[in-house]
Each structure stands twice: as structure tokens, then as C-alpha cells.
Design a protein around this ligand. Structure first.
Ligand SMILES: NC(=O)c1ccc[n+]([C@@H]2O[C@H](COP(=O)([O-])OP(=O)(O)OC[C@H]3O[C@@H](n4cnc5c(N)ncnc54)[C@H](O)[C@@H]3O)[C@@H](O)[C@H]2O)c1
Length: 268
């Protein structure tokens, strides 16, 4: 049987390459999109070459529809699924977010997700196939994060878009879900994890006792794209090792010597 075909955006490194690796290992043929052509080519080659993966360089923020069309062409006229993974940060206090940064984050994190999904829907419908879309949101969609400008709002938008698209596109046989990663070690947050003490203090706050790996997100995406999830749509699945459920435990309480979060958790 011909392998199913998927486009993963921002798949040249980090979480996107983890998603691409898991999907390729499970028999998908993957279009590896990245704005960095070298990263796209290297990842596609590592996945096993043209039988398993094709490189597709391009900026999803500026040409989302063209990238989806090129993916379908490269994958032999077939597209069964889309993973909207590419996302960027522009750190700034909310009071000072510059209009250019606001536009840049909005274009990649939300506008491209909507336009690429519309283009994928057109591909699914023109080939008469059902399809599945998974968007990469964030735990920042559920709880604010200081100093990240528009990032939190765009990720909440991704989860809201996911739910709305599921309602509107369900009748076409298209499922739309999201994953909300917690802390995952990638280039996006490497400055934190390169510091051994910071890494340890963050690790200690995760009930499952470790920082996430891109493969942890890849396996959740693979589930949502699979037939095992054929009755799941409109959901944002949190993949964070349990981290977002410890927030109330971070409150100072008797028995915890001071307000340091790591110490508080250690005294639970
Ligand atoms: N790392 C985390 O802890 C974390 C947590 C929650 C959510 N996320 C989300 O996961 C996704 C991936 O994050 P990551 O940590 O792997 O990021 P990363 O910065 O490590 O990697 C992102 C990849 O996307 C590519 N990219 C960036 N802009 C692009 C564009 N316009 N078009 C095509 N490719 C582009 C980059 O070149 C890079 O290869 C993002 O949506 C991010 O918001 C990450």
C-alpha cells in the first residue's frame, strides 16, 4: 500500500524534526519544510532520503499556500495530513511589543497555521480524501508567560482555531487537533537548558521527572494523525510531563521553608 503523506512545517530542527522522525519511522512519507534550506535538507536525508522524506525549504509565514501545494506535488500529488509546527518567539514585555515583532509572530504562529490549513483542506477535498491536521500550540495557551510579547495570545489562538476548524471541517471528514508541549529541550530554549543549575531546577518541577524530548511530542502527534484517533477532533492535548498540574503546589504553605518553587515542590 502507498505510504500516507504528511507536511511538517519547521521540521528542520527541534520539535518539528522529532515529529518528522516519529512519523517517518511509522511509515509516513514526510515533506520536511524549514525556512533554513540546509536544516530541511539535512533532516530529510537523515530520515532516509526520498523514499521516506523530501526537503521543502520556504518561509511558512510568507508563502503558506505555496508550501502546501509544493508539498503535495513533491509527495506525488498526495497529501493526507498537515502538521503546523513552525513557531517563533520575539521576547518583550507586553507594554513594549513593537508592531514589527507583533506582525512577525502573528504571521508565523497563527496566520500561517490558518492559511496552510485552508490550503491542506483544499488538497484533501480535491483528492476526495479525508485528512487530519495537528497544530503545535503550547502550555502558554493555557497559562500566561511573562515577557513573551504576543506568543501566548497566538498560541491561545491556535487552540481556538483548532476547535473551530474541527467543527466546520468535521463534515468534510477532516479532523483537526493540537498538542500543547510543556518544556522541551530545543534551540528555542537552549539558553535555559545549557545552564546545568537551571536545567535541574526546571526538571525538579515536572512530576514525570524530566524535561521533554522532541520525540515525546512526535508520538502524541502520531497518535492524533492515526486511525486510533479517528473519533478525536477539536482537542488540544497537553504533553508536559504533568507540569501544568503542579501550579497550586507552588503556593507557599506550611512545611515549605521559603517561596522558591523547586523547594516547595520538593516538600510536597
Ligand atoms: N521548545 C519548547 O519548550 C516549546 C514549548 C511549547 C511549544 N513549542 C512550540 O513548538 C514548536 C517548535 O518549537 P521548537 O522549540 O522546536 O523551536 P525551534 O526554534 O527550536 O525550531 C523551530 C524550527 O522551525 C523553523 N522555522 C522558524 N520559522 C519558520 C518559518 N517561518 N517557516 C518555516 N520554518 C520555520 C526553524 O528554522 C527551526 O528549524 C513551535 O511552534 C513552538 O512555539 C515549543
Amino acid at each position: 500500500m502507498e505510504p500516507k503523506a504528511v507536511l511538517v512545517t519547521g521540521a528542520g530542527s527541534g520539535i518539528g524534526s522529532g515529529i518528522a522522525e516519529v512519523l517517518a519511522a511509522r511509515g509516513w512519507r514526510v515533506a520536511v519544510n524549514d525556512v533554513d534550506p540546509v536544516l530541511a535538507a539535512d533532516t530529510a536525508a537523515e530520515l532516509g532520503g526520498p523514499e521516506r522524506a523530501v526537503a521543502l525549504s520556504g518561509d511558512i509565514g510568507t508563502e503558506p499556500e505555496a508550501i502546501v501545494a509544493r508539498a503535495a506535488a513533491l509527495l506525488g500529488g498526495r497529501l493526507d495530513a498537515l502538521v503546523n509546527n513552525a513557531g517563533i518567539h520575539r521576547r518583550a514585555p507586553l507594554a513594549d511589543v513593537a508592531a514589527d515583532d507583533l506582525d512577525a509572530v502573528y504571521r508565523v504562529n497563527l496566520r500561517a497555521v490558518v492559511l496552510a490549513s485552508q490550503a491542506a483542506l483544499r488538497q484533501f477535498r480535491s483528492s476526495g480524501m479525508s485528512g487530519a491536521i495537528v497544530n503545535v500550540s503550547s502550555i502558554a495557551a493555557l497559562t500566561p508567560q511573562m515577557g513573551v510579547g504576543l506568543y501566548t495570545a497566538t498560541k491561545a489562538g491556535v487552540s481556538a482555531f483548532t476547535a473551530q476548524a474541527a467543527v466546520e471541517w468535521g463534515p468534510f471528514g477532516v479532523r483537526v487537533n493540537a498538542v500543547a508541549p510543556g518544556m522541551v529541550r530545543t534551540a528555542m530554549a537552549e539558553a535555559v537548558y545549557a545552564d546545568a543549575e537551571l536545567h535541574e531546577r526546571r526538571r525538579a518541577m515536572v512530576p514525570l521527572g524530566r524535561i521533554g524530548h522532541p520525540h515525546d511530542i512526535g508520538t502524541a502527534v502520531a497518535f492524533l494523525l492515526s486511525d486510533d484517533a479517528s473519533y478525536v477532533t477539536g482537542q488540544t492535548i497537553v504533553v508536559d510531563g504533568g507540569f501544568t498540574n503542579v501550579l497550586i503546589d507552588l503556593l507557599p504553605h506550611p512545611g515549605a521553608p521559603h517561596h522558591d518553587a523547586t523547594t516547595t515542590l520538593a516538600h510536597r
